[in-house]
Design a protein. Structure first.
Length: 408
């Protein structure tokens, strides 16, 4: 490849034995193994934009480091990156098609992050998740039965379960203490959806260490008929997206895998609407989904819970801010988040959206789209804050906030 192109992957520094390296990681999982690069190699990779040829790269390297970069060195780096599926190339396109085809023929969606973000062994996973419920932060391992009706909505985090432990526990304790839902519509945050479709569903069951959480295929098929777009155009996004996987894990822990079905739907960013401060309800794609899903929920005889898998603010250098997130930043984030949550408490989807759009989503709410969709479906219903938390990341000078809420 004379003009190599690096794919859109994550790049972050790692210190090892007193040296700083850059780790390349593909969040889509299409490149399954991360790659560590020295600073010189990383500089070369930053030039892989499809416009720079080999001579351009050599000239830039000589200007930056004062050394001649041999063509063979560039060729070796290109071959290594392409062999690991980090370059946009014919071989990557073939790999992507193979992965897509393999995923689409499956009847289930494997647990992509088992063994990484939580134990893949059922006994170990159950023991660890049980500790998330322990006081003083958790609600207790055996939530008291309240006899109350199934909650209309639950808001749960999608941050790494070990960092959002207590907030997850409070969300699912709410389900455990009330009449069990028979249908859980999961609105997950799609972190990697970039196509024209905003909503992506799957008919696949989600596999967890505790068993397989069943998907209501008939419901999904009927929704696909009512929705104006193609609900399966981006189904491949479900393969590695964690936001629904973590909910399936906690559902299987809290409720088992029998007596209910799910409807897994990933919702991509509403950033265009936020930029123009245009209500998502005016977008024909969003309007079609709200009408289709709303009418199906209204006709349901089963007990239905709409579950939004969302986080809140993402602030600090890791997320593109020019400042480091410290404790004072966290206090400011909390105050702004609680003001935003007040809209959820009132059941006000438009107030929620306006609060985010007023500053162009400066706090980068990771889940604004599925949360708006949930609030619009349940408009007017009262919300209750169950647990709020902030995970500080000193190594990246950043922080992430999250919360769990119940909507009655």
């Amino acid at each position: 490849m004379d003009h190599p192109i690096i794919r859109a992957v994550e790049a972050f520094p790692i210190d090892h034995d007193g040296q700083t390296y850059i780790c390349l990681r593909d969040p889509t999982g299409l490149a399954p193994e991360p790659i560590m690069l020295g600073m010189g190699a990383y500089f070369i990779v930053t030039l892989f934009d499809g416009r720079n040829g080999i001579r351009d790269i050599q000239a830039a390297f000589a200007k930056r480091f004062g050394e001649i970069l041999e063509t063979e060195k560039i060729d070796q780096l290109v071959l290594a990156l392409d062999g690991s599926h980090f370059l946009d190339s014919p071989s990557f396109s073939a790999h992507e098609r193979a992965v897509r085809d393999e995923f689409l023929v499956r009847s289930n969606r494997p647990a992509a992050l088992a063994g990484l973000c939580y134990y893949d062994d059922p006994a170990s996973a159950r023991i660890e998740l049980a500790t998330f419920f322990d006081p003083p932060e958790g609600p207790g391992r055996t939530p008291s039965a309240t006899g109350r009706e199934t909650p209309a909505g639950i808001i749960a985090p999608h941050i790494d379960p070990r960092r959002g432990a207590a907030a997850y526990a409070h969300a699912y304790a709410e389900l455990m203490s009330r009449e069990q839902p028979e249908l859980v519509i999961i609105l997950g945050t799609s972190h990697y959806g970039a196509g024209p479709e905003l909503f992506s569903a799957t008919r696949k069951d989600y596999v967890t260490p505790f068993g397989t959480v069943p998907t209501d295929r008939d419901f999904v098929d009927q929704l696909a008929k009512l929705y104006s777009g193609d609900l399966f155009a981006d189904e491949i996004l479900h393969r590695s997206e964690h936001s629904i996987e973590f909910q399936a894990l906690f559902l299987a822990y809290a409720l088992g895998v029998h007596g209910y079905h799910t409807v897994p739907i990933l919702v991509s960013s509403f950033h265009e609407m936020i930029g123009t401060r245009t209500s998502p309800a005016q977008d024909p794609r969003v309007r079609s989904m709200l009408d289709a899903l709303g009418s199906m929920i209204a006709r349901e005889r089963r007990k239905v819970t709409v579950l939004a898998a969302v986080d809140f603010a993402h602030v600090g250098r890791k997320f593109g801010d020019a400042f480091a997130a410290d404790e004072r930043t966290a206090e400011d984030v909390k105050l702004q988040d609680l003001a935003l949550i007040e809209n959820i408490r009132r059941g006000d989807p438009e107030g929620f959206f306006a609060d985010i759009a007023k500053d162009g989503d400066a706090r980068k709410i990771c889940g604004a789209a599925p949360l708006y969709t949930q609030l619009a479906l349940l408009s007017g219903r009262q919300g209750r804050l169950l647990k709020y938390g902030i995970a500080m990341e000193p190594q990246t000078e950043s922080c992430v906030s999250f919360a769990s809420l119940a909507i009655d």
